[in-house]
Structures are given as structure tokens and as C-alpha cells.
Write a protein that binds this ligand. Structure first.
Ligand SMILES: [Zn+2]
Length: 158
């Protein structure tokens, strides 16, 4: 067995680095994310995860993601996209933001935060303090876990 000089030994050590320490490969990071939540890294989940998580924090509907999948030649049905989005949010990788009875946005920023809804687009409200709501006390045995506000906006002239 040939002896490795220190440079190639370092390279060999890097190749043996534990999975969680590799950086820079989006699919690798997704696999780590999925492994942490118990989601199986199927090809469809990895493709959709890559579309979702490789572009920073954002808000998408299932239809938005379907359009992106089509544009990127990722062959998935809308039903699969719905299922995957719900699996991702069930695993804590996305937050669901329901803005009315008919539309749900999926937010890649999973921290609790507030939104403006402007002409059908969800926009994060920068870290500002929302006036405390004058809430009645929760029913016995319950506590407030989170308060998330969606502020619906319309044109000032309307
Ligand atoms: Zn958001």
C-alpha cells in the first residue's frame, strides 16, 4: 500500500468526513435535512426540495412549485407536489401559511414571523413588534404557542 504524503492524506481524510460535515452540495444538504426528519430521500423529494430550498427564504403555493418543476423538467404531478409539500411541512421543513379558505402558501422560513399579503403575494414583515393583541385567556389546559399575523393590504384608493 503506497504511503500518502500529508497533502493527499488530508484529501483522503476529507473524503472520509462524516456526511454532516460536507458543504456546498445542495443535494447532500437536502439528504442531511431529510435524514434529520426521517423523510426518505426519494428522487422526487430531492428534486422538489432542491427547487424549494436552493433559492433562499420564499413563499410558494403548490401551483407555483408545479410551474417551477415544469420549467426545470422535473416530471411530477400536482398531486405529488401537494403530498410532498405537506410531508415537508409535517416534518418541520416548511411552514404552512393559510391566508384565506382557498389558498395555502408554503414558507421556507420556518421561524415564527408575520406577513403582509399584497396583491396575492406574501411578504415577510421585517422584524417589528406587532402590537400585542388583547386576547382572551385560552381555554383551561391550553396556552398560546404562537401568534402569526397576516396583514391583508389593498390599494389606498380602493
Ligand atoms: Zn414568510
Amino acid at each position: 500500500m503506497p504511503r500518502l504524503n500529508s497533502k493527499s492524506r488530508r484529501a483522503a481524510d476529507q473524503q472520509k468526513a462524516p456526511l454532516g460535515q460536507l458543504r456546498g452540495c445542495p443535494f447532500h444538504e437536502l439528504r442531511v435535512k431529510f435524514a434529520a426528519t426521517g423523510l426518505r430521500p426519494t428522487r422526487q423529494r430531492l428534486s422538489l426540495g432542491w427547487l424549494l430550498f436552493s433559492r433562499g427564504d420564499r413563499h410558494l403555493t403548490a401551483e407555483n412549485l408545479a410551474e417551477e418543476a415544469q420549467a426545470s423538467n422535473v416530471p411530477v404531478s400536482l398531486a405529488t407536489i401537494y403530498n410532498s409539500l405537506h410531508q415537508f411541512s409535517g416534518a418541520g421543513l416548511l411552514r404552512e401559511v393559510a391566508v384565506d379558505g382557498t389558498r395555502t402558501y408554503f414558507d421556507t422560513n420556518t421561524l415564527i414571523h408575520h406577513h403582509f399579503l399584497i396583491d396575492g403575494t406574501l411578504v415577510d414583515i421585517p422584524e417589528v413588534k406587532i402590537d400585542p393583541l388583547d386576547l382572551p385567556p385560552p381555554p383551561p389546559g391550553k396556552r398560546v404557542a404562537a401568534i402569526e399575523v397576516v396583514v391583508h393590504l389593498r390599494d389606498a384608493s380602493a
